[in-house]
Design a protein around this ligand. Structure first.
Ligand SMILES: [Zn+2]
Length: 505
């Protein structure tokens, strides 16, 4: 059992007696939040697959967990949070094969990048980030337990979970309500996954692999196991990690909405089949990030990484504010404009703080005290209503607006300004936007200037490359690419045409 994150000083939010309502995907309603052990929240959330930079849709999920944790801390809970890192799966093996690197080289690089990005976004770390490859023994035991209980079977060296044996399968995703019926919906949904061809040997199309037997194109990656030479499936790693570190009953299990089926449905089935106890009291899912009304995803190719959009420290803060001030279950429309507007909000807040720090007008104490009391009540009510951060942000801005007016009229003395600053700090325990981000690869905020622009002679080469390609002179086009890369830039093809980007060091 991990040690909990240090408890917040809850006095600023007083002991909240009101109910905290939390939307539970399992019941499709808001329910009063309760925990198995009073005062302690066992929180498991699905982490990244470390084979590439996470995109901002992924970071929306990680920021959602952060806001939830922050408000629970404000309410005086101890939080035990575990997030797995998926460091073995089909996509990872494919990339190892393509790059000719080792599994560790690939996954360590992107795990490091992930942690740097979490830091950049001021996310409170989980207590544990267990990796699948470091828990092969435990995973074998978990799979063995399912076989022993009659929920899993072996076929041609792989082990599958038998969906038919778990009677309530489909209740999280509400498969029976899906138009086409559970069998087809389940089969269709798993088609999106990278199913190895011999996965079709399973007894029932709905069954899923717990342990996958070794194939010749698996780049030599396997474990010798009592289950056979092979590697774990994805779903079982979460069941194994959650139970190992948090026990058989979680209070909250979180993830993006796209994980409800099949991943969370399968986790739930495996875990409850194994322990006979309810796996998680609450299932919490955040909405997508949309770009041009389309879900941002790796498979659609319309994704942006945090490194694409946060080249300057304040961009990271703006992105954080944009995400944490949006209702977590709604789709978030990400545009240049929405990021720009978040950036100006953050600037406005910074400017206000500066003016408050040097305020020296007259009076204002009583007026601002009244505004602050009302705002804090609204803020807390918003947060207690399924983490309604837009309402909490509106409460914060009622204080911001009042303070700006009073400062302009020079009707704010030092004490009034002090209570305003304190109120902003108290609210920032949830929003977490007042911090100094450090762009990965730099040592301090001030050193993190945007990358150098490509010199003109390289930009001109782009045109020459275009002409060469048109004339099918690929040798010349390749030569240009090499020359550009020798000078530290990469040619990146975008819908607007080729662009030069600095190579990563
Ligand atoms: Zn998971």
């Amino acid at each position: 059992m991990p040690a909990a994150v240090a408890k917040e000083d809850v006095s600023v939010w007083e002991e909240r007696r009101a109910e905290l309502l939390l939307y539970n995907t399992l019941s499709r309603t808001k329910e009063a939040f309760t925990t198995v052990e009073p005062g302690v929240v066992r929180f498991y959330s699905c982490g990244p697959t470390v084979y590439d930079y996470a995109h901002i849709g992924n970071f929306r999920a990680f920021l959602t967990y952060d806001v939830i944790k922050r408000w629970l801390l404000c309410r005086g809970y101890d939080i035990k949070h575990v997030m797995n890192l998926t460091d073995i799966d089909d996509k990872i093996i494919r990339k190892v094969r393509e790059l000719g690197c080792s599994l560790d080289e690939l996954t360590n690089k992107y795990a490091d990048a992930f942690f740097a990005d979490l830091d950049l976004l001021n996310v409170i770390p989980a207590q544990q980030y267990p990796r699948a490859t470091e828990h092969i023994k435990e995973i074998e035991e978990t799979v063995g337990g399912l076989v022993k209980r009659g929920y899993a079977y072996e076929r041609d060296g792989s082990t599958y979970f038998s969906v038919a044996k778990f009677e309530s399968y489909g209740r999280l995703a509400q498969l029976e309500k899906r138009e086409k019926g559970s069998r087809t919906a389940a089969a269709e949904a798993t088609e999106g996954e990278n199913i190895d061809s011999d996965d079709y040997d399973k007894a029932d199309m709905r069954d899923f692999a717990l342990w996958k037997s070794y194939k010749t194109n698996d780049a030599g990656i396997f474990w010798d196991s009592p289950l056979g030479k092979g590697r774990p499936g994805w779903h079982i790693e979460c069941t194994c990690m959650a139970i190992k570190y948090l026990g058989p009953e979680l209070d909250i299990h979180g993830g993006g909405i796209d994980l409800v089926f099949p991943h969370h449905e399968n986790e739930l089935a495996q875990s409850e089949a194994l322990t006979g106890r309810p796996f998680s009291r609450f299932w919490v899912h955040n909405g997508f990030v949309n770009i041009n009304n389309e879900k941002m995803s790796k498979s659609l190719g319309n994704f942006q990484t945090l490194r694409d959009i946060a080249k300057k420290p304040d961009d990271a803060r703006a992105f954080r504010y944009l995400v944490v001030s949006s209702q977590y279950r709604s789709a978030l429309a990400f545009t240049d404009q929405s990021l720009k507007s978040a950036r100006s909000t953050v600037k406005r807040l910074d400017a206000l703080r500066k003016r408050l720090e040097s305020a020296g007008g007259d009076g204002g104490e009583e007026d601002i005290a009244e505004v602050i009391a009302k705002a804090k009540e609204n803020f807390a009510r918003g947060m207690d209503d399924d983490f309604n951060t837009p309402r909490a942000a509106a409460a914060m801005f009622s204080v911001v607006n009042a303070a700006e007016k009073m400062l302009k009229a020079k009707k704010m003395n030092e004490k009034a300004a002090g209570s305003c600053l304190k109120c902003l700090d108290d609210m920032d325990r949830v929003f977490g936007i007042f911090y100094n981000p450090v762009i990965p690869g730099t040592t301090s905020a001030s050193a993190s200037e945007p990358p150098a622009e490509a010199p003109l002679h390289l930009v001109k080469l782009l045109d020459e490359r275009k002409t060469a390609r048109k004339a099918k002179d690929f040798a010349r086009a390749d030569e240009i690419r090499d020359q550009v890369s020798a000078e530290g830039f990469a040619i990146v093809d975008t819908p607007q045409g080729p662009k030069l980007e600095p190579l990563e060091s």
